[in-house]
Design a protein around this ligand. Structure first.
Ligand code: 4NP
Length: 152
């Protein structure tokens, strides 16, 4: 799960996906990173932590890190939150195989529509709640695909 700062959107996507994977006793590694390292080492934004908690998921223990090239080797799919994340990650891709792994996460929920998860960082609480609902639905879709062996 990748966004810009790895303190708002991608930690929530990461936390929701990890919880669903654990609840379903599946063996899948989930992680998140930012295209920028400016918040590396930090906890998720407190507003995102509060929103996640309000709906039953704790993301307090996650820590921000910058995306690294090895992530292309270590993960089968790289879900990005918006088109800017996508172009930043595609610039790092070494080959077609890397490029194929990069997908806008909301294309899970809204196939082919290229809808972006809005960046809530500079806005109010309602933005964080909107992000929550977007990512809860998208991670539900990913979970169903994993269960049905349809992810690839
Ligand atoms: P995120 O949100 O990419 O969802 O983690 C942001 C976090 C920090 C900044 C921008 C977006 N920032 O400019 O510091």
């Amino acid at each position: 799960m990748v966004c810009l700062g790895n303190i708002c959107r991608s930690p929530l996507a990461d936390g929701l996906m990890r919880k669903k994977i654990n609840d379903n006793k599946l063996d899948v590694i989930v992680d998140s990173a930012g295209t920028s390292g400016i918040h590396a080492g930090e906890s998720p934004d407190f507003r995102m932590c509060q929103t996640a908690k309000k709906f039953g998921t704790s993301i307090d223990d996650l820590r921000s890190r910058k995306f690294i090239i090895e992530d292309f080797d270590n993960f089968d799919v790289i879900y990005v939150m918006d088109k800017s994340n996508k172009s930043n990650i595609l610039q790092l891709a070494r080959n077609e195989e890397d490029k194929k792994k990069v997908q806008l996460i909301l294309n899970q929920t809204y196939p082919g529509q290229n809808i972006e998860v809005p960046d809530p960082y500079y806005g109010g609480e309602e933005g964080f709640i909107e992000v929550y609902h977007f990512l809860d639905k998208a991670t539900d879709c990913i979970l169903e695909k994993i269960k049905n062996n349809e992810l690839f």
